[in-house]
Ligand binder design. Sequence first.
Ligand code: F6P
Length: 524
Amino acid sequence: MDWQNRPRCDEAPAWQALDSHFTAHFTGDHAFDLRRAFAQDPDRAQDFGIEAPHLFVDLSRNLIDRQARTLLVQLARECGLAEHRDALLAGAHVNNTEDRPALHPLLRWPAGTPQPTERLKEIHASSLSGLDEMLSSAEQIRLEKRYDDVVHIGIGGSDLGPRLALQALAPQVLPDAPRLHFVANMDGHELAAVLRGLKPERTLFIVASKSFGTAETLRNATSARAWFEAQGGTDLAAHFVALTARPDAAREFGVGRCFAFDDGVGGRTSLWSVIGLPVAVAIGRAGFEALLAGAHAMDRHFAEAPLEANLPVQLGLLDVWYRNFHRFGSRCVVPYHHGLRSLAFYLQQLEMESNGKRVDAHGRPLPFDTAPVVWGAVGSNAQHAFFQMLHQGTQVVPVEFIAVREPAHTLEGHQPRLLANALAQARALMLGHVADDAHRHFPGNRPSTFLLLERLDAASFGALIALNEHRVFTSGSLWGLNSFDQWGVELGKRHAGAVETGLASGRTEGLDAATAGLVRRLSC
Ligand code: F6P
């Protein structure tokens, strides 16, 4: 099948079959019930478990039966998912509205991997040499000890990945690494708090922006430069480096070193590129290479495992099943590991910027829903915040638990209790509790997925993130989307310019009445 003319999910025969199956088995008085499903099928837990590199996932507590799973795989086949995936991995221009490839998997290919085209061979060679240069500089930055503090300035994909990676891999940070700080928000409180106490002569600023045109990043970088100069800093070029696909713009700003990456690497999947510099400074070359290897192992699994046992595919298909048949509006992610406390923020951008679309890749309006709201927080804290709603609220929200077997600390008594809590919550959501008192009654039959990592290290973290990239690709592919553009973020940026002018001058011509009223209040 030609990947460019593959059918959209609602045009495939399996879509109708899924609809009928859903109506017959998941609605009405005899609707599917997890407790009954387990009672009737002793192999369910085993049958719905999938092993993938660095991860085991138990999907058995989801509102899905074997027939729906079979039909979803059939849907994937009819929609040319495998052909689309192969096109992605072969560097085809899957990002059709910007006429470019999505190169993040290529960044993880080890040297010597045969490439399908000459062009891809060139891109791979140049990305490997760019990465190698970045990794050598990261080692130098750490070993030279010229800087006590490194401030990474970026936003969205130029911030979320490195920030999360450093939280996740905190125990692997090398003892001689400088202190690392992140600044993303245009709100000056963030930068001001970071700058407090820094010495200009001992600080390195990393300005990370694919476009080198993002308002927040340029504002923060400009303020950092002004601070540096006002504090008596000299040799700007030695204290500002850039990570960008627009080295010309970065040089104009005045940075010294410029680490470039290809325009075909999407912002929200750029962790694997030179954008990972702060991560490489902290965990070293070997650590960063392990991160890439973990992600690459997941790429291979995605490329090679049969669809039935392919974890990103199965998660993406479940997302379609939940969004379009069960009509669940959100998915909650709860990692039981402090290092993954920002995972939900990362996944929010990955899923909602990729698949939060209302037209397909050909511009046709969609008659079905796309990206759910992705939200969540770290367990066990989340149990004392929103789990009440998950257990007894009016909406059913599929929960994704992530647990890590081996902790990186040696404190006694924490880990067994933490794991018990994660398992207990999944169990309670499913089993519920019958009580005469309505307030104490739990309906149960609430779905969850359980992801298990042996330990949280660079390789397993890489695999976890790549898993989510491919899962978002899978659902986006079935929905017929271009998951690699983000036109929806542009309009607000355009309005911000006009409003800023209004705020500075107090003039409100051309503004709508609501904005004008607020501008008048704020500019007096
Ligand atoms: O506005 C959204 C966005 O374009 C994201 O896609 C991107 O990750 C982020 O802004 C930052 O962009 P840049 O790296 O070009 O500064």
